[in-house]
Design a protein around this ligand. Structure first.
Ligand SMILES: [Cu+2]
Length: 65
């Protein structure tokens, strides 16, 4: 399981947007986005390119920190 810190989430809409962005990445599953902690956790395929994760999150309007 991977945990990433995400900057910029402020409401439930953000949670949905981040969840959707992660969901579109091949192989990622069991996504949980925690608004209060500013974190997302998921089960990742091996190997997972974190640059793709960063890029997708950024495209959705947030930042992996
Ligand atoms: Cu929001």
């Amino acid at each position: 399981m991977t945990t990433i810190k995400i900057k910029g989430m402020s409401c439930n809409h953000c949670v949905v947007a981040v969840d959707k962005a992660l969901n579109e990445i091949d192989g990622i599953k069991d996504i949980k986005v925690d608004l209060q902690k500013g974190e997302a956790t998921f089960e990742e395929p091996m190997p997972l390119d974190m640059n793709i994760v960063r890029e997708r999150i950024k495209k959705a309007g947030y930042e992996v920190v």
